[in-house]
Design a protein around this ligand. Structure first.
Ligand code: GTP
Ligand code: MG
Length: 290
Protein backbone atom coordinates (compact mmCIF):
# COMPACT_ATOMS: atom_id res chain seq x y z
CA UNK A 1 0.00 0.00 0.00
CA UNK A 2 1.42 3.41 -0.86
CA UNK A 3 1.97 6.03 1.83
CA UNK A 4 -0.62 8.25 0.16
CA UNK A 5 -3.33 5.59 0.24
CA UNK A 6 -2.40 4.56 3.76
CA UNK A 7 -2.61 8.08 5.14
CA UNK A 8 -5.77 9.16 3.34
CA UNK A 9 -7.44 5.95 4.49
CA UNK A 10 -6.40 6.33 8.13
CA UNK A 11 -6.88 10.07 8.61
CA UNK A 12 -9.48 11.22 6.14
CA UNK A 13 -9.54 14.75 7.59
CA UNK A 14 -5.94 15.38 6.51
CA UNK A 15 -6.08 16.85 3.01
CA UNK A 16 -4.74 14.39 0.47
CA UNK A 17 -2.29 16.85 -1.05
CA UNK A 18 -0.77 17.50 2.42
CA UNK A 19 -0.42 13.86 3.33
CA UNK A 20 1.34 13.09 0.09
CA UNK A 21 3.28 16.33 -0.26
CA UNK A 22 6.71 15.32 -1.53
CA UNK A 23 8.25 18.54 -0.19
CA UNK A 24 7.73 17.41 3.36
CA UNK A 25 10.64 15.16 4.38
CA UNK A 26 8.62 13.18 6.90
CA UNK A 27 6.16 12.16 4.20
CA UNK A 28 8.97 10.59 2.22
CA UNK A 29 9.65 8.31 5.13
CA UNK A 30 7.78 5.07 4.65
CA UNK A 31 8.09 4.12 8.31
CA UNK A 32 5.78 6.78 9.73
CA UNK A 33 2.02 6.32 9.78
CA UNK A 34 -0.13 8.98 11.40
CA UNK A 35 -3.14 7.57 13.22
CA UNK A 36 -4.83 10.79 14.32
CA UNK A 37 -7.01 10.18 17.38
CA UNK A 38 -6.85 6.40 17.26
CA UNK A 39 -4.90 5.63 20.40
CA UNK A 40 -6.05 2.01 20.70
CA UNK A 41 -3.52 -0.76 21.25
CA UNK A 42 -0.54 1.52 21.50
CA UNK A 43 2.79 0.02 22.55
CA UNK A 44 4.30 3.10 24.19
CA UNK A 45 3.30 6.47 25.63
CA UNK A 46 5.33 9.54 24.74
CA UNK A 47 4.97 12.83 26.63
CA UNK A 48 5.76 15.97 24.68
CA UNK A 49 7.00 18.54 27.17
CA UNK A 50 8.87 21.83 26.98
CA UNK A 51 8.80 25.54 27.67
CA UNK A 52 5.88 27.49 26.17
CA UNK A 53 6.03 28.29 22.44
CA UNK A 54 8.86 25.93 21.47
CA UNK A 55 6.89 23.98 18.85
CA UNK A 56 5.45 21.05 20.87
CA UNK A 57 2.06 21.17 19.15
CA UNK A 58 3.74 21.57 15.75
CA UNK A 59 5.61 18.30 16.36
CA UNK A 60 2.41 16.69 17.71
CA UNK A 61 0.47 17.67 14.59
CA UNK A 62 3.23 16.44 12.28
CA UNK A 63 3.40 12.99 13.79
CA UNK A 64 -0.31 12.41 14.51
CA UNK A 65 -1.92 14.29 11.60
CA UNK A 66 -4.16 16.15 14.09
CA UNK A 67 -4.73 19.89 14.23
CA UNK A 68 -3.85 20.99 17.71
CA UNK A 69 -3.78 24.78 18.02
CA UNK A 70 -0.45 26.42 17.19
CA UNK A 71 0.58 30.08 16.94
CA UNK A 72 3.35 32.44 17.80
CA UNK A 73 2.59 33.21 21.43
CA UNK A 74 2.99 31.18 24.60
CA UNK A 75 0.20 29.39 26.44
CA UNK A 76 -1.89 28.08 23.53
CA UNK A 77 -2.10 24.50 24.73
CA UNK A 78 -3.98 24.56 28.03
CA UNK A 79 -5.17 20.95 28.28
CA UNK A 80 -3.34 17.85 27.19
CA UNK A 81 -4.13 16.52 23.74
CA UNK A 82 -3.55 12.95 22.66
CA UNK A 83 -3.03 11.26 19.33
CA UNK A 84 -0.95 8.46 17.91
CA UNK A 85 1.47 7.39 15.22
CA UNK A 86 3.34 4.28 14.20
CA UNK A 87 7.02 4.26 13.42
CA UNK A 88 8.72 1.11 12.19
CA UNK A 89 5.55 -0.80 13.12
CA UNK A 90 5.55 0.24 16.77
CA UNK A 91 2.52 2.27 17.79
CA UNK A 92 2.98 5.28 20.05
CA UNK A 93 0.42 7.33 21.93
CA UNK A 94 1.72 10.88 22.03
CA UNK A 95 0.54 13.41 24.60
CA UNK A 96 0.94 17.11 23.79
CA UNK A 97 1.31 19.04 27.03
CA UNK A 98 0.91 22.71 27.93
CA UNK A 99 4.21 24.59 28.04
CA UNK A 100 5.93 24.79 31.39
CA UNK A 101 9.11 26.51 32.59
CA UNK A 102 9.59 24.12 35.46
CA UNK A 103 8.08 21.18 37.29
CA UNK A 104 7.64 23.32 40.38
CA UNK A 105 5.00 25.40 38.70
CA UNK A 106 1.74 26.83 39.89
CA UNK A 107 -0.66 27.71 37.05
CA UNK A 108 -3.42 25.26 36.13
CA UNK A 109 -2.07 24.42 32.67
CA UNK A 110 1.46 23.97 33.98
CA UNK A 111 0.03 21.67 36.61
CA UNK A 112 -1.48 19.48 33.88
CA UNK A 113 1.95 19.15 32.28
CA UNK A 114 3.69 18.50 35.54
CA UNK A 115 1.17 15.91 36.76
CA UNK A 116 1.44 13.97 33.53
CA UNK A 117 5.23 13.96 33.45
CA UNK A 118 5.32 12.99 37.12
CA UNK A 119 2.45 10.56 37.44
CA UNK A 120 1.37 9.62 33.89
CA UNK A 121 4.30 7.21 33.60
CA UNK A 122 5.21 7.97 30.00
CA UNK A 123 7.65 5.51 28.44
CA UNK A 124 9.65 8.42 27.09
CA UNK A 125 9.45 12.14 27.81
CA UNK A 126 10.48 14.20 24.81
CA UNK A 127 11.56 17.61 26.03
CA UNK A 128 11.43 20.09 23.21
CA UNK A 129 13.74 23.08 23.57
CA UNK A 130 14.28 26.29 21.66
CA UNK A 131 17.79 25.96 20.18
CA UNK A 132 18.17 29.76 20.19
CA UNK A 133 17.58 29.87 23.96
CA UNK A 134 19.16 26.65 25.07
CA UNK A 135 20.40 27.88 28.42
CA UNK A 136 16.98 29.11 29.51
CA UNK A 137 15.35 25.88 28.33
CA UNK A 138 17.88 23.70 30.13
CA UNK A 139 16.18 24.29 33.49
CA UNK A 140 13.20 22.13 32.52
CA UNK A 141 15.38 19.58 30.71
CA UNK A 142 17.42 19.00 33.87
CA UNK A 143 14.32 18.83 36.05
CA UNK A 144 12.78 16.19 33.79
CA UNK A 145 16.04 14.26 33.92
CA UNK A 146 15.80 14.33 37.72
CA UNK A 147 12.58 12.36 37.70
CA UNK A 148 12.94 10.04 34.73
CA UNK A 149 15.71 8.04 33.12
CA UNK A 150 13.94 7.97 29.79
CA UNK A 151 14.11 11.31 28.05
CA UNK A 152 15.00 12.65 24.62
CA UNK A 153 15.93 16.26 23.94
CA UNK A 154 14.46 17.75 20.76
CA UNK A 155 16.37 20.87 19.76
CA UNK A 156 13.77 22.73 17.79
CA UNK A 157 13.89 25.99 15.82
CA UNK A 158 17.24 25.03 14.34
CA UNK A 159 16.39 27.25 11.34
CA UNK A 160 16.24 30.26 13.67
CA UNK A 161 19.42 29.13 15.43
CA UNK A 162 21.24 28.90 12.09
CA UNK A 163 19.94 32.35 11.14
CA UNK A 164 21.53 33.69 14.33
CA UNK A 165 24.81 31.89 13.60
CA UNK A 166 24.25 29.38 16.41
CA UNK A 167 25.59 25.88 15.78
CA UNK A 168 24.86 23.06 18.20
CA UNK A 169 27.15 20.09 18.71
CA UNK A 170 24.47 17.50 19.41
CA UNK A 171 26.97 14.70 19.98
CA UNK A 172 28.77 16.66 22.69
CA UNK A 173 25.40 17.56 24.19
CA UNK A 174 24.33 13.90 24.15
CA UNK A 175 27.55 12.98 25.96
CA UNK A 176 27.09 15.77 28.52
CA UNK A 177 23.43 15.07 29.21
CA UNK A 178 23.38 11.30 28.82
CA UNK A 179 20.20 11.37 26.71
CA UNK A 180 19.75 11.42 22.92
CA UNK A 181 19.60 14.85 21.29
CA UNK A 182 17.80 15.51 18.00
CA UNK A 183 18.13 18.86 16.21
CA UNK A 184 15.03 19.68 14.18
CA UNK A 185 12.90 22.23 12.40
CA UNK A 186 9.39 21.15 13.32
CA UNK A 187 7.77 23.66 10.98
CA UNK A 188 9.26 21.98 7.88
CA UNK A 189 9.69 18.45 9.24
CA UNK A 190 13.50 18.56 8.96
CA UNK A 191 15.02 16.23 11.55
CA UNK A 192 11.68 14.84 12.69
CA UNK A 193 12.52 11.30 11.64
CA UNK A 194 15.74 11.61 13.66
CA UNK A 195 13.69 12.51 16.72
CA UNK A 196 11.41 9.49 16.18
CA UNK A 197 14.46 7.25 15.76
CA UNK A 198 15.85 8.46 19.08
CA UNK A 199 12.52 7.78 20.79
CA UNK A 200 12.56 4.30 19.27
CA UNK A 201 16.13 3.72 20.45
CA UNK A 202 15.13 4.59 24.03
CA UNK A 203 11.97 2.46 24.14
CA UNK A 204 13.72 -0.54 22.62
CA UNK A 205 16.71 -0.14 24.93
CA UNK A 206 19.23 0.28 22.11
CA UNK A 207 20.09 3.65 23.69
CA UNK A 208 20.38 3.44 27.46
CA UNK A 209 19.94 6.90 28.97
CA UNK A 210 22.29 7.89 31.74
CA UNK A 211 20.85 11.26 32.65
CA UNK A 212 23.32 13.63 34.20
CA UNK A 213 22.08 14.80 37.55
CA UNK A 214 23.67 18.06 38.57
CA UNK A 215 22.10 18.20 41.96
CA UNK A 216 23.81 16.27 44.72
CA UNK A 217 22.32 15.65 48.15
CA UNK A 218 24.24 16.05 51.33
CA UNK A 219 24.18 12.87 53.47
CA UNK A 220 21.94 14.64 55.98
CA UNK A 221 19.42 15.67 53.34
CA UNK A 222 19.53 12.22 51.75
CA UNK A 223 18.58 10.67 55.08
CA UNK A 224 15.68 13.11 55.48
CA UNK A 225 14.44 12.51 51.94
CA UNK A 226 14.65 8.73 52.47
CA UNK A 227 12.59 8.94 55.65
CA UNK A 228 9.84 11.06 54.08
CA UNK A 229 9.90 8.87 50.95
CA UNK A 230 9.36 5.76 53.05
CA UNK A 231 6.35 7.29 54.75
CA UNK A 232 4.94 8.45 51.43
CA UNK A 233 5.34 4.98 49.99
CA UNK A 234 3.44 3.49 52.92
CA UNK A 235 0.64 6.07 52.74
CA UNK A 236 0.36 6.18 48.92
CA UNK A 237 1.52 2.87 47.48
CA UNK A 238 2.11 3.00 43.75
CA UNK A 239 3.02 6.68 43.55
CA UNK A 240 5.99 6.94 41.21
CA UNK A 241 9.00 9.22 41.77
CA UNK A 242 8.47 9.08 45.49
CA UNK A 243 11.90 10.55 46.37
CA UNK A 244 11.27 13.50 44.09
CA UNK A 245 7.87 14.06 45.72
CA UNK A 246 9.53 13.81 49.15
CA UNK A 247 12.05 16.45 48.19
CA UNK A 248 9.30 18.80 47.01
CA UNK A 249 7.50 18.25 50.33
CA UNK A 250 10.63 19.19 52.26
CA UNK A 251 10.93 22.30 50.10
CA UNK A 252 7.35 23.23 51.01
CA UNK A 253 5.96 22.96 47.46
CA UNK A 254 2.36 23.97 48.13
CA UNK A 255 0.74 21.88 45.37
CA UNK A 256 2.42 18.72 46.67
CA UNK A 257 1.70 19.61 50.30
CA UNK A 258 -2.00 20.06 49.42
CA UNK A 259 -2.07 16.82 47.39
CA UNK A 260 -0.69 14.90 50.39
CA UNK A 261 -3.03 16.58 52.90
CA UNK A 262 -6.15 15.96 50.79
CA UNK A 263 -5.10 12.45 49.76
CA UNK A 264 -5.16 13.51 46.11
CA UNK A 265 -1.61 12.27 45.69
CA UNK A 266 -2.86 8.69 45.89
CA UNK A 267 -5.54 9.18 43.27
CA UNK A 268 -3.18 10.99 40.88
CA UNK A 269 -1.54 7.73 39.96
CA UNK A 270 -4.37 5.25 40.58
CA UNK A 271 -5.75 3.12 37.72
CA UNK A 272 -9.28 4.31 38.52
CA UNK A 273 -8.27 7.91 37.99
CA UNK A 274 -6.54 6.92 34.77
CA UNK A 275 -9.79 5.48 33.44
CA UNK A 276 -11.77 8.58 34.37
CA UNK A 277 -9.05 10.77 32.91
CA UNK A 278 -9.09 8.68 29.72
CA UNK A 279 -12.81 9.27 29.26
CA UNK A 280 -12.50 13.00 29.93
CA UNK A 281 -9.58 13.09 27.54
CA UNK A 282 -11.48 11.36 24.75
CA UNK A 283 -14.16 14.07 25.00
CA UNK A 284 -11.49 16.79 25.00
CA UNK A 285 -9.79 15.27 21.96
CA UNK A 286 -13.05 15.22 20.05
CA UNK A 287 -13.47 18.93 20.88
CA UNK A 288 -9.92 19.81 19.72
CA UNK A 289 -10.40 18.12 16.37
CA UNK A 290 -13.92 19.46 15.71
N1 GTP B 1 10.90 29.08 12.58
C1 GTP B 1 10.34 28.03 13.16
N2 GTP B 1 9.15 28.15 13.75
C2 GTP B 1 8.61 27.08 14.36
C3 GTP B 1 9.27 25.83 14.39
N3 GTP B 1 8.48 24.96 15.07
C4 GTP B 1 7.39 25.63 15.45
N4 GTP B 1 7.46 26.91 15.00
C5 GTP B 1 6.49 27.99 15.20
O1 GTP B 1 6.55 28.34 16.58
C6 GTP B 1 5.28 28.77 17.03
C7 GTP B 1 4.90 27.98 18.28
O2 GTP B 1 4.63 26.64 17.93
P1 GTP B 1 3.63 25.71 18.78
O3 GTP B 1 3.72 24.36 18.17
O4 GTP B 1 2.30 26.33 18.90
O5 GTP B 1 4.39 25.76 20.18
P2 GTP B 1 3.98 25.05 21.58
O6 GTP B 1 5.23 24.64 22.20
O7 GTP B 1 2.95 24.01 21.36
O8 GTP B 1 3.36 26.30 22.35
P3 GTP B 1 2.43 26.28 23.71
O9 GTP B 1 1.35 25.27 23.51
O10 GTP B 1 1.89 27.68 23.75
O11 GTP B 1 3.36 25.97 24.83
C8 GTP B 1 4.32 28.55 15.85
O12 GTP B 1 4.16 29.80 15.19
C9 GTP B 1 5.06 27.56 14.97
O13 GTP B 1 4.70 27.67 13.61
C10 GTP B 1 10.55 25.71 13.77
O14 GTP B 1 11.22 24.68 13.78
N5 GTP B 1 11.03 26.85 13.19
MG1 MG C 1 1.07 23.76 22.19
Amino acid sequence: MSMKTELSHIIPHVPDHCAACAMNPINRDEHLVRHGLDATSTDFVIALAGNPNVGKSTVFNSVTGLKQHTGNWPGKTVVRAEGSYSFNKRKYKVVDLPGTYSLLSASADEEIARDFILFGRPDVTVVLADATRLERNMNLVLQVMEITDKAVLGLNLMDEARRHGIAVDERALTRELGIPVAPLVARTGEGLVGLLQHVEAVVTGSFVCKPRRVWTESPKLRKGVDRVAEQLKAAFPGVPNVRWVALRLLEGDQRIVDAVRSGELGSLASPERSLQAERAQEKENARVVA
